[in-house]
Design a binder for this molecule. Structure first.
Ligand code: PLP
Length: 480
């Protein structure tokens, strides 16, 4: 590593990136390339001799950028957002610079200690119960993704139950969630060895705006108990992936406590909104939870990846995930005087991710972060009003945060519940490259999702997106 070379190349890369952001609206939001396009453009094997940075930049412009879908575009409204920011970007840079592998405290004390402090800060911003703070039995840790978060707590819960019920009880353990819960939980069950027939998916429907009905959960648990099974884990969601539904945390928590089950809350997307006092009520009932997760890398200006997980009692996580090989032994760990985050996660190695979150919190401050969230929710409200003002469209389920679920109402002659019509609307608008929206299915209806949350999105982008959708709808209905 030559410092002067790094300085020169680094400056050029920063210029490239700044120009990219400046011109981001000139690119099609959704990449328009065909599968396999890159194989046609790049050689079959790695170069034997070093190439120049100029040649590389040419290839990035001509061959890579066309294959990028621009998640940071202000016209990106698909899935849920994945925010970048100057602070998050600087944090990533510094993390790449130190390039530590912080599995144990000794491998970089600052990495572990900053993570503990920043997660305590965040827990206080969310007004999580004090048991989730590092000063108590619990604490927070940064995972890569919400999927990893739910996997590690499922493993902790599994081992906690097996310790009580005996190792041979694995085949009896039952997991509960709604049909709106993210598929990450199903994957976690597959990995954790939960028997597939013991993954209980409780139906949530429009009568509760796609939140799970606690009575249905209780009923499923009763049936399983009477069959000799062991209910041990339940996951509730604050801001479901399809429609941002919020499960009733208090009631689910009460059920979990009554049956000595682990209660996990997945607030991957909507957790960010709960730093605003007016949205904090969505977390009421978190006191009952054993674990709580939210993704700072979604809607909190922190570059991917940065998924925040808190547990009420860290000992279960550590018991399930710790190993203590000779080659990692050191004085601080042996004395039990430090946190070794290797025992809170699946991999050994871990990046210095707390830096970027710390920088986001330091350089923006809580007040302007609250303003950022509020602005997106206002823009989503505005979009919702636009949809409501055009009788050809409908809002499918009430909006909770910054996601609007809507669709073109199909003519009565169509018997596919509007699937073809709304698929065509999504496909034509996305193929235009002007916006990117995504879809889901709710109660059999093909529904379009408009998620506001990209950092550069302003009112004019929402208005232009709506005009595009209206114009395409006119064309489609005309030709229907
Ligand atoms: N949970 C919810 C509610 C989500 O919306 C998502 C992704 O959008 C996930 C979990 C999975 O997130 P990750 O990619 O961090 O695993």
């Amino acid at each position: 590593m030559d410092s002067e070379q790094l300085r020169e190349c680094g400056h050029r890369m920063v210029d490239f990136i700044a120009d990219y952001y400046k011109s981001i609206e000139t690119f099609p939001v959704l990449s328009q390339v065909q599968p396999g396009y890159l194989k046609e453009l790049l050689p079959d094997s790695a170069p034997n001799q070093p190439d120049t940075l100029d040649a590389l930049f040419d290839d990035i412009r001509e061959k890579i950028v066309p294959g990028v879908t621009h998640w940071q575009s202000p016209n990106y409204f698909a899935y849920y957002p994945s925010n970048s920011s100057t602070a998050g970007f600087l944090g990533e840079m510094l993390s790449a610079a130190f390039n530590i592998v912080g599995f144990s405290w000794i491998t970089s004390p600052a990495a572990t200690e900053l993570e503990v402090i920043v997660l305590d800060w965040f827990a206080k911003m969310l007004k999580l119960p004090s048991q989730f703070l590092s000063s108590a039995l619990g604490g927070g840790v940064i995972q890569g993704t919400a999927s990893e978060a739910v996997l590690v707590v499922l493993l902790a819960a599994r081992d906690r139950t097996l310790k009580k019920q005996g190792k041979k009880s694995l085949e009896k353990l039952v997991v509960y969630a709604s049909d709106q819960t993210h598929s990450a939980l199903q994957k976690a069950c597959q990995i954790a060895g939960i028997f597939p027939e013991n993954f209980r998916v409780v139906k949530a429907d429009c009568s509760n705006n796609y939140a799970v009905a606690p009575e249905a959960v209780s009923e499923a648990i009763s049936v399983d108990l009477s069959s000799g099974l062991i209910p041990f884990f339940i996951c509730a969601t604050v801001g479901t992936t399809s429609s941002s539904a919020v499960d009733p945390l208090h009631k689910i928590g009460t059920i979990a406590q009554a049956h000595d089950m682990w209660f996990h809350i997945d607030a991957a997307y909507a957790g960010s909104a709960c730093i605003c006092p007016e949205y904090r009520h969505h977390l009421d009932g978190v006191e009952e939870a054993d674990s709580f997760n939210m993704n700072a890398h979604k809607w909190f200006l922190t570059n991917f990846d940065c998924s925040l997980l808190w547990v009420k009692d860290k000992s279960y996580l550590i018991e399930a995930l710790s190993t203590n090989p000779e080659f990692l032994k050191n004085k601080a760990s042996q004395a039990n005087s430090v946190v070794d985050f290797k025992d809170w996660q699946i991999p050994l190695g871990r990046r210095f991710r707390s830096l970027k979150l710390w920088m986001v919190l330091r350089l923006y401050g809580v007040e302007s972060l609250q303003g950022y969230i509020r602005k997106h929710i206002q823009l989503a409200k505005h979009f919702e009003q636009l949809v409501l003002s055009d009788s050809r469209f409908e809002v499918v389920t009430p909006r909770n945060f910054s996601l609007v679920c809507f669709r073109l109402v199909p003519p009565t002659s169509e018997d596919d519940k509007g699937r073809k019509l709304n698929y065509s609307l999504m496909d034509t608008t996305n193929s235009s490259g002007k916006i990117f929206i995504s879809h889901t299915v709710l109660s059999g209806k093909f529904v379009l999702r408009f998620a506001v949350g990209a950092p550069l999105t302003e009112g004019q982008h929402v208005d232009a997106a709506w005009k595009l959708l209206q114009d395409e709808a006119t064309k489609l209905l005309g030709s229907a």
